[in-house]
Design a protein around this ligand. Structure first.
Ligand code: ADP
Length: 514
């Protein structure tokens, strides 16, 4: 399968400009197959918007091969597209017959996991355009020789304009294996290395790190100092010194300073991903439940105070037990952000059918990127509730929420294709096919444990359009799940559950009774 590059690429030559994206992929891979793809998608959006260059495998045409000096250019080396000759992209086979997928690599190393091939750099926006303009290209496959990430073509346009927003991720991971622009080290005041995570970071970074640290002349408790990352896959290491736990109120203040100063330092270095260990909770004896609360609260406040900054934060817990402490702490954080308060007020108002008030609150929260508010604002636009009906605005809201992993919005985007087709009398089966891609994404997110509460809505979509795609047994199972889910919601007082429950019961009658 081939696709010809028509455009000449104009790409700045810079050491792997896609490194933030590549690191996000590395972290996603480290977390395993079931990890939330959202950890990568926001960085894909950023890479497209910044039009970063990526590597694309190409086969040079015969006439070019003849001109190449075999002693200089070897197979596997990047080629320059002179513009006078057209190179052809080595496409991969798609799922459907005659369809293809566009392979894209974030670096030479990512490409070297597969068979040797020539490659060239292309700006990501050019790749996206080629996929969208091609008739038979299903999407982009990112780093196909490994744990590949498939980006269906329907997702590419939304990713081109959605604004990525900062998120906190909790993970059980060795911080030296995580890919992040900044890796935070829980150092001691000498900055000359030590045990625990400090020792692990020095070992992984190599001896040059110690040499640089010597020049820093130590660091006081609560402060942060930056060095190069050397052999770690990062732009920099932020060394911070946590307090030795004494039980005095001063401890919490100093620990808070560590997180705040580290965030500031990473921000000043233009980092978009930061990985933290659990500072002070090892040799320095800080009780992890208390430390986790301070860590999460401080970082979350920092992110709220920098609403225009996109920075993903990874909390790397060294054991399952530590991770559980962080998970407990994150749900216990008492104060919700202002946007969530606005969203809740909006939901309350819309339940009372006071849509004008609802829209006002949803708009405020949506402006700060709150995905639930965006999802609801989309519904208001779509139905003309409290605002002039505008389907395109509705779609834009859902797209913004969908890339944050909002399952309801992903379903709505699927529904959008079908409604459009019904209104414009276009090929309905084709529209359902497009919609199915969204429903499947939503289903996969639910299966991965993200957004379980929206699962009944996803089941309903599968039931509506699953005939011919799913077995009768699968449909019967989904119908049972949907009924149980909506029943529970109805009991919890959700006024929108009643109609959905009726529909789910109808499917139950159709598929569960033999
Ligand atoms: P401190 O002196 O600040 O207490 P430690 O290194 O002793 O620092 O411990 C801090 C935390 O880092 C502990 O929770 C420990 O389990 C954890 N830790 C140790 N090694 C690693 C590693 N390679 N990756 C992530 N966390 C680690």
């Amino acid at each position: 399968m081939m696709m010809t590059i028509k455009q000449k690429s104009e790409v700045p030559t810079q050491a792997n400009p896609c490194r933030t994206l590549e690191r996000a992929i590395q972290t996603w891979q480290l977390l395993g197959e079931r990890a939330e793809p959202g950890i990568v998608l926001a960085h894909v959006a950023q890479a497209i918007q910044w039009n970063q260059p990526v590597l694309v495998p190409v086969c040079p045409p015969e006439e070019m091969l003849e001109q190449l000096n075999a002693d200089i250019v070897k197979v596997g080396e990047p080629l320059e597209n002179s513009g006078s000759m057209s190179l052809r992209v080595n496409m991969l086979n798609g799922e459907a017959p005659d369809a293809c997928q566009f392979p894209v690599f974030t670096s030479r190393e990512a490409m070297e996991n597969g068979p040797a091939a020539s490659s060239m750099e292309l700006p990501l926006q050019t790749v996206v355009k080629m996929v969208l303009d091609g008739d038979n290209c299903e999407g982009i496959i990112l780093n196909p020789f490994g744990q590949a990430l498939f980006l269906p073509r329907q997702m590419l346009e939304p990713l081109s304009y959605v604004r990525p927003s900062s998120r906190i991720y909790l993970m059980e991971a060795d911080i030296t294996k995580v890919g992040a622009d900044a890796i935070v080290n829980a150092a001691n005041r000498t900055l000359l290395g030590g045990g625990g995570v400090d020792g692990a970071i020095h070992r992984a970074a190599g001896p040059d790190l110690l040499a640089e640290c010597r020049g820093l002349h130590g660091c006081s408790t609560g402060e942060a100092k930056v060095t190069g990352a050397y052999r770690l896959n990062a732009d920099c290491i932020v060394h911070t010194v946590g307090p030795i736990y004494s039980g005095s109120p001063e401890d919490a203040k100093l620990l808070e300073q560590c997180y705040k100063n580290s965030m500031d330092a990473a921000w000043e270095c233009n980092c978009q991903t930061v990985a933290f260990p659990s500072i002070s909770t090892g040799a320095y004896g800080y009780p992890i439940d208390k430390a986790a609360k301070i860590a999460l609260r401080t970082v979350r406040n920092w992110l709220w105070e920098h609403p225009d900054t996109f920075m993903d934060v990874y909390f790397c817990c060294f054991s399952k037990a530590d991770l559980m402490e962080y998970q407990n702490a994150i749900i216990q954080l008492p104060d919700v952000p202002p946007d969530v308060r606005w969203t809740n007020k909006g939901v309350d108002a819309s339940e009372k059918e006071d849509y004008k008030t609802a829209v006002r609150y949803f708009k405020r929260a949506a402006a700060r990127g709150d995905s639930v508010a965006l999802s609801n604002l989309g519904i208001c636009y779509n139905l003309g509730h409290g605002i002039t009906r505008d389907r395109e605005e509705a779609r834009k809201c859902w797209v913004k929420a969908a890339v944050q992993g909002d399952v309801v919005s992903i379903c709505q985007l699927g529904d959008f294709w079908i409604t459009e087709s019904l209104e414009n009398r276009t090929d309905l089966s084709k529209a359902i096919e497009e919609a199915w891609v969204f429903y499947r994404t939503a289903y996969d997110l639910c299966q991965a444990g993200i957004n379980r509460e929206d699962y009944p809505n996803v089941c309903l979509r599968y039931l509506r359009y699953g005939e011919g795609r799913l077995s009768r047994r699968e449909l019967a199972h989904l119908a049972g799940e949907a009924v149980a889910g909506f029943q529970k919601r109805l009991e919890e007082g959700d006024p929108f559950a009643e109609k959905a429950l009726e529909e789910a019961k109808e499917y139950c009658r159709r598929y569960c009774e033999t």
